[in-house]
Design a protein around this ligand. Structure first.
Ligand code: SF4
Ligand code: SF4
Length: 362
């Protein structure tokens, strides 16, 4: 039997997070903890696009109080921004009390059990952590029904590599299977879903918000997501991401195998997804375009230090004889954009934004 806690937060985010830790994670002393929120975009807290910083802050403080070493990081969807810029706008720099870090700079290639790819890149911080706390935001998602604990770990994958992976699959079921393959690289030890506000309709970044005022938690990501789907009045048996994760041994979704404790309530008249664009073949093509975006370098800004050459995980940057990027080798992780001290590397934002606006306006 899996356990899911659902708490009304009211004004006591910290108290409810403490209760969750008491239940699921009492011993963290001297352990290296990675807190993995959903930091989708450079959007302020009130936009409801990212995991709310109040919940991230309560988790950080709880980990520190229990003696853990804490790192907060995500591979944001904002590939044309540095993680620090995204984190600042999202309210994370203040909320993380010095524990925020860029996790895109060091990546490792992992062999996958996936039928779609032999291997893929993930942030090294994910594999280095003794304990991973996955902190998704409760949002509707136009392909996956909700973006919960199972979907949030797609952020283990850096930058444009996410899009390269996405276009290896066709349609909703295949993409769901790939998301489960990524989740399996490092199943989180604890999942805490922020539902202070919940995004309805055509999430994950364009739906209306509803004040719900809850947090949900479980060590079983499948049970947590299934419970969230039930809160929207939908059936988890019809959500491929959940049933595939169950079939691959990640947890349970059946109602009689989950003990839901606390303040569970169905959200009345939850607005369901109406936009099927993201599940369409057209969206698959668009993601393929996004995955082909490579960084551009402005040589006039470069004062050769070789930091980008050292940081590039695939040796795609040549310094000798003039700085250049080997686009065949480049995996679009954008570590070079993140680390150049002089801002000489940029994501060609005009092209990235054109593609993203095509997706979000569809
Ligand atoms: S050049 Fe290297 S560091 Fe820059 S995006 Fe490509 S793979 Fe990443
Ligand atoms: S990190 Fe920036 S300044 Fe240093 S060599 Fe690379 S492009 Fe030039």
């Amino acid at each position: 039997m899996s356990k899911v806690l659902v708490y009304d937060v009211k004004d006591d985010v910290r108290g409810k997070i403490r209760a969750i830790f008491d239940e699921f994670a009492p011993k963290l002393a001297a352990r290296q903890v990675l807190v993995k929120p959903n930091l989708l975009a450079a959007s302020p807290p009130e936009s409801g696009v990212n995991t709310h910083p109040a919940v991230v802050e309560a988790i950080v403080l709880e980990c520190l109080e229990r003696g853990a070493e804490v790192l907060v990081g995500d591979n944001s969807g904002s590939i044309d921004r540095t993680p620090w810029y995204t984190a600042e706008v999202a309210g994370y720099i203040k909320a993380c009390h010095g524990c925020f870090g860029g996790i895109s700079s060091e990546v490792v290639q992992v062999l996958s059990g996936s039928r779609f790819v032999k291997s893929f890149w993930v942030s090294k911080a994910v594999l280095d952590a003794d304990y991973v706390i996955n902190v998704p935001k409760f949002k509707a998602h136009v392909v996956m029904t909700i973006t919960g604990a199972l979907k949030n770990t797609f952020g283990y994958v850096p930058g444009g590599c996410k899009n390269q992976l996405h276009f290896k699959t066709v349609g909703r079921r295949q993409f769901a299977e790939l998301l489960v393959d990524v989740h399996l690289v490092r199943p989180p030890d604890l999942n805490i879903m922020e539902a202070l506000t919940v995004m309805e309709g055509n999430g994950p970044d364009a739906g209306p918000l509803r004040d719900v005022g809850k947090v949900l938690a479980s060590t079983d990501a499948v049970a947590l997501d299934a419970t969230a789907v039930r809160m929207t009045g939908q059936d988890p048996a019809k959500v491929p991401l959940i049933t595939i994760a169950h079939d691959k041994g990640l947890g349970v979704w059946a109602e009689d195998r989950i003990a839901v404790l606390g303040d569970f309530a169905v959200i009345p008249d939850f607005k369901k997804v109406t936009n099927g664009y993201w599940a369409s073949d057209e969206a698959v093509k668009t993601f393929a375009e996004l995955g082909k975006i490579k960084p551009v370098v402005f040589l006039s800004k470069c004062s050769p230090c070789d930091l980008c050459g050292l940081r590039c995980p695939v040796g795609a940057i040549g310094i000798i004889g003039g700085l250049r990027v080997d686009e065949e080798k480049c995996i679009s992780c954008f570590a070079c954009v993140e680390f150049c001290p002089r801002g000489a590397f940029e994501v060609p934002s005009g092209r990235a934004q054109a593609i993203m606006s095509k997706v979000f306006s569809s």
